[in-house]
Design a protein around this ligand. Sequence first.
Ligand code: 5RP
Length: 239
Amino acid sequence: MSADEHKKMAAMRAVEMVEPGMRIGLGTGSTAAHFVALLGVRVKAGLSVICVPTSEETRKLAESRGITLSTLEEVPELDITFDGADEIDEELRMIKGGGGALLREKIVAMASDRVVIMVDDSKLVETIGAYKLPVEVVPFGLTATRDMIETLAADCGCEGELELRMTAEGQPFITDNGNYILDCDFGRIDDAEDLDDALKFIPGVVESGLFLDICDVAIIAGDEGVRVIEANRDEVDED
Ligand code: 5RP
């Protein structure tokens, strides 16, 4: 089976967790898109839920599936958020932001009682960092911010190229919030908490793609089936 079929399997398991009346955060990316499509089927069959999307991309997709949408202004507390990830370890530390929606994803996740992450098993790693860490930065002072990221990350043992994300047309990628993204090729991140603290110290950094202590449940799908890991670190299900 392909990675995309595994993503769909994870989304199928996740959509079973949705209950009538839930206030739901909708993630961004191809796995989240599978989830939105499956949720749309349940909504068409009569399920009533209210959802807050984490990107314009997801908002459009959810709208096209007839899903009732709202905003965090109207619904500041959510019951549950379903999202994908670029990497996740067994302690449920994650790298996110491959789709460029990391800031809204983190805001929505933090406003949720529970966060469910759906991934294909290629995303499960021993130590996060092989995937370039996306860091959202304000355009003002880009070079100064980049230099400061390099310096403070090196103090945490993280060194590597910092690449300004570009569009296919050769322009800087602009997030839904009007910012840039630096993709940081740090390699293995041994102390993600330390690096996260260092990045938060930098004024030009809006948010990093390190999602630590955020995931409550990881649904990991592969050729062997679906595995569910809960944040209490107990494996609860395998089939
Ligand atoms: C978007 C994200 C996505 O969750 C992440 O990039 C995974 O994407 P996909 O489900 O397409 O593999 O963080 O900002």
